[in-house]
Write a protein that binds this ligand. Sequence first.
Ligand SMILES: C[S@@+](CC[C@H](N)C(=O)[O-])C[C@H]1O[C@@H](n2cnc3c(N)ncnc32)[C@H](O)[C@@H]1O
Length: 240
Amino acid sequence: MQKEPTKRELRQLASQLRCPRGQMGLDIAYVMNSSNISMIVEGIAALSLSPNNTILELGHGNCKHLPKLLEIHESLNYFGLEISRLMVEESQKTNATYVQQERAVFQWYDGVHIPYPDQQFDKILTVNTIYFWQDPVAFLRELYRVLKPGGKTVVVFAVKEFLYDLSFPKYGFTMYHRADFKKLIGQTHFKILRIKRKKEFIKKPTREVYSAYLSGHHTHKKPVCRMLQKNSESKTRTSV
Ligand SMILES: C[S@@+](CC[C@H](N)C(=O)[O-])C[C@H]1O[C@@H](n2cnc3c(N)ncnc32)[C@H](O)[C@@H]1O
């Protein structure tokens, strides 16, 4: 019979998901990327990438999905920001060819201040990071600041109703209902273009999550994908 994870193990897992570190961080990042791949692919599709777009992704993990994004158009440019130095190093190694070709740049930052000037990016993507934003409204405003007028941001996350049933998010995740997220957006200049709700099957992150991260059962997950747009007239950036 499978042993239940202890509180200590669940806390450790939650902490690794927030910021992967060490050998365990590499293992978690590997499983995280494969178990979240359909959320990531959904997010990439929602970006509606055009040739020559410059894309920013926040919290890319090990970024094994980069070919799925950069192969859409050969003129795309990608910038990744992470709070985990391990994930920056791992992503650079995994995507060494794109880095050499100067199509991808990976950088560490503090998770608060985006180290780029205003209006740099056509598209912004972030998947499964909202739970860790220290000040969500301020962070969304940072995203808005670096987005070009008319640009799009896609935020993908699992909703509170789903996460609530799991054992690890209570250890430091901030969970959002869709209404909570709308409230956040209402405090920014973003306009919601589309909200997509999707059910899917992924590796089981319920009570067996700790071992499932290593063994891989399946269960329901309810990710939500929000697409946000920056108004093209910067003076009249209205909220939702
Ligand atoms: C749960 S993992 C998700 C990874 C990947 N996006 C996925 O869906 O599989 C969260 C990742 O975001 C990073 N992270 C957490 N807070 C962040 C922030 N404020 N900005 C950027 N990255 C962050 C963590 O280091 C970690 O690699």
